[in-house]
Design a protein around this ligand. Structure first.
Ligand code: S3P
Length: 429
């Protein structure tokens, strides 16, 4: 089955737990693999993207066991990875390919990284160019800007890099290369992107200094294995937050969600739209803020979204588009050009799909204007092979006047394999 038909819902109610955070899960494998000692990871997301990372490190000789409860990674130290015998397939995962390219640049062996048809279209120059300045020898299609990438690992030197875009993948790729570089590697960005790498580097004992929009890593410092507990992914919770806000008579408690301030743009945006969202029982787990999130149906209004909140909500903007489609007035999204280079062009994909449902959407170069409506039509929409488009449109179906069929939904397994059963559990007819 590669499509699903979803009927409208009378309410979205109950208590759910969403799977582990994808970004933190990737980083736990990567740092665990190059640390000294055995790292344990609880709450690991077993989505396809994270399994790509796991397979890549196994292919480099790292012992990684999964008993279904906990992942155990036997770290091989900073210089213990082995040359992989084959191409490392990163599947659909931008985080895997970009972060691992930084790490591989500093190894004393040759490697090749690639991915699926979508990943092979996504820009790699953003990491290849600064890594090359550090001394990395990376070759690829289209002048080294598209995967597959061939990496001739070797000695690196630290650089001071001002990234033109706010991107945790660029920052983290250089931070990982920085662990192997001579001297210090400094990365600054226009406004802060998610800081899971910074937090986890600290946890594992890396030498790191943070500033407002930047981070500095000292090379050559060995890492120490840790016990990591991964919180629920706020990007997965976002679909359920929007579902409960737009569906009448709803009250949903989402337990154990990571609420790192560099990720909570979605909460700020939805609250500014009038959403009734409360954070309960705030706590800290493995250096990351965590809370339970209580969401109730709300009358939403259109707002302007731009500036520094955008990188703090970058993966949640497709879900925001669905909230905007139901809000009173216009929601104007700007400064979000990065959406055009995600798993698909998310501006065109969401604009096209919402237009099919009778919503007025005007695309701009870096965002869109969405005029909300109380009437959302049914019909057939396409995920464009992008998990977050598939899930956003499935949430829209809860409030449409007739059923919505979402096609090409296998991609949902990249980040949220239990999404559809969970939606069925909380949405009542
Ligand atoms: C991620 C960073 C973001 C985000 C992606 C995960 C990460 O990408 O969209 O889903 O784990 O570092 P960019 O760094 O390209 O913005």
């Amino acid at each position: 089955m590669n499509s699903i038909t979803i009927q409208s819902a009378a309410s979205v109610r109950g208590e759910i737990v969403v799977p582990g955070d994808k970004s933190i899960s990737h980083r736990s494998i990567m740092l665990g693999a190059i640390a000294n000692g055995v790292t344990t990871v609880r709450g690991f997301l077993r989505g396809e993207d994270n399994l790509s990372t796991m397979h890549a490190f196994r292919a480099m000789g790292v012992e990684i066991d999964d008993d279904g409860e906990m992942i155990r990674i036997t770290g091989c130290g900073l210089h213990g990875l082995k040359e992989p015998g084959d191409v490392l397939d990163c599947g659909n995962s931008g985080t895997t390919i970009r972060l691992i390219t930084g790490l591989l640049s500093g190894q004393s062996f040759f490697s090749v990284v690639t991915g699926d048809q979508y990943l092979r279209k996504r820009p790699m120059k953003r990491v290849v160019e600064p890594l090359s300045r550090m001394g990395a020898r990376i070759f690829g299609r289209n002048g080294g800007t598209l995967a597959p990438l061939a990496i001739n690992g070797g000695p690196l030197k630290g650089i001071d890099y001002q990234s033109p875009v706010s991107s945790a993948q660029i920052k983290s790729s250089l931070m990982l290369a920085g662990l192997y570089a001579e001297g210090i590697t400094c990365v600054t960005e226009p406004s802060p992107s998610r800081d899971h790498s910074e937090r986890m580097f600290r946890l594992f004992g890396a030498s790191l200094i943070r500033s407002d929009n930047g981070v500095t890593v000292r090379g050559g410092v060995e890492l120490t294995a840790q016990e990591v507990t991964v919180p629920g992914d706020i990007s997965s919770a976002a679909f359920f937050m929007v579902a409960a806000l737009i569906t009448p008579d709803s009250e949903l408690l989402i337990k154990n969600v990571g609420v790192n301030p560099s990720r909570t743009g979605i909460i700020d945006i939805l609250q500014a739209m009038g959403g009734n969202i409360q954070l309960l029982d705030r706590r800290e787990v493995s250096g990351e803020p965590v809370a339970d999130i209580l969401v109730r149906s709300s009358r939403l209004k259109g707002i302007a979204i731009s500036g520094s909140v955008v990188p703090r909500a970058i993966d949640e903007l497709p879900a925001v588009c669905v909230a905007a489609a139901r809000a009173e007035g216009v929601t104007a999204i700007r400064d979000a050009k990065e959406l055009r280079v995600k798993e698909t062009d998310r501006i065109t994909a969401m604009a096209g799909n919402l237009t099919k449902l009778g919503i007025t959407v005007t695309e701009t170069d870096d965002g869109m204007d969405i005029t909300g409506s109380e009437h959302l039509l049914g019909g057939t929409v396409d995920s464009c092979g992008d998990h977050r488009i598939a899930m956003s449109m499935s949430v829209a179906a809860l409030v449409a006047s007739s059923a919505i069929t979402v096609t090409d939904i296998a991609c949902v397994a990249t980040s949220f394999p239990t999404f559809f059963p969970l939606l069925e559990k909380v949405a009542s007819k």
